[in-house]
Design a protein around this ligand. Structure first.
Ligand SMILES: [Zn+2]
Ligand SMILES: [Zn+2]
Length: 257
């Protein structure tokens, strides 16, 4: 089987000029988080069958509404929006609620509903479009946050989602023999550890502690979710602490696993 790719559409931890919020294409049919969904071309958006949400914070769901708006007329099948129960409740109640944006799950075309919500079960393998299996693990963050392990016949990838220091996802990852890639969040520099802890995020120093829980130094680590105004300081912290083991992701990168 061909390797599955992860195309990086956006990885920034906040919105400023030139920054793109978190969105990654897992194959062509799964969009992991919708912070920058509008950066996809029309045909790319049309090919997305499912938006898989790590959690409901605005930087991860912002452009979900624009994406469904742009593709509603050309979809044969409803857009599947998957997340934890808490995540989907927040999206439905506070975003796609017929107040701030239409409730597309109640809008039907001649071919049926335009959007369907699908709650995923924690700690159970489930199938995504494109022959990918996924495992959702609760992590230490708000808004129904989950981290994921994605598995194909050629290898597996861990994606922490937004999280502060946590444990169970590293324990699960340790069971995965063919783990080939780790995507881990870093939001703040070491000098702002208090802020990171208070907001359930990581610094390079905190990530080092997390990676020691897994103890697999052979696996490359890719960092995402840097706060744009702290990027240079984080880059220096990462270079000093990890040398080349941790690579900071950029828009346009492609990872294969
Ligand atoms: Zn968050
Ligand atoms: Zn975030």
């Amino acid at each position: 089987m061909r390797e599955v790719y992860l195309d990086i559409i956006g990885v920034d931890g906040s919105k400023q000029y030139g920054c793109n919020l978190c969105s990654m294409l897992l194959g062509e049919a799964v969009l992991l988080d919708a912070g920058s969904a509008s950066m996809l071309s029309g045909s790319q958006q049309q090919n997305v069958e499912m938006v898989l949400l790590t959690h409901a914070h605005l930087d991860h769901v912002l452009e979900l509404g624009f994406m469904i708006d742009a593709t509603v007329a050309i979809r044969d099948e409803p857009l599947r929006v998957m997340g934890s129960r808490a995540c989907l409740e927040i999206v439905r109640k506070h975003y796609m609620n017929d107040l701030i944006w239409p409730d597309f799950s109640r809008i039907k075309t001649t071919s049926g509903p335009t959007l369907v919500y699908e709650e995923m079960e924690d700690r159970k393998w489930f199938q995504l479009p494109g022959g990918i299996s996924a495992w959702a693990e609760p992590v230490c963050h708000g808004a129904g946050a989950r981290g994921f392990i994605f598995r194909t016949s050629t290898g597996s990838m861990l994606h922490t989602g937004d999280t502060g220091p946590t444990f169970s996802i590293w324990k699960k990852a340790a069971e995965i023999d063919d783990l080939r890639i780790i995507l881990a969040e870093i939001s703040f520099p070491d000098s702002r550890e208090d802020t990171a802890i208070a907001s359930n995020h990581l610094t390079p120093s905190l990530l080092e502690v997390e990676l020691n829980k897994l103890d697999r130094p052979d696996i490359p680590v890719y960092a995402f979710h840097l706060k744009p105004w702290d990027r240079h300081e984080i880059e220096k912290d990462v270079a000093r602490r990890f040398r080349d083991r941790v690579v900071i992701l950029r828009r346009g990168d492609r990872l294969e696993f």
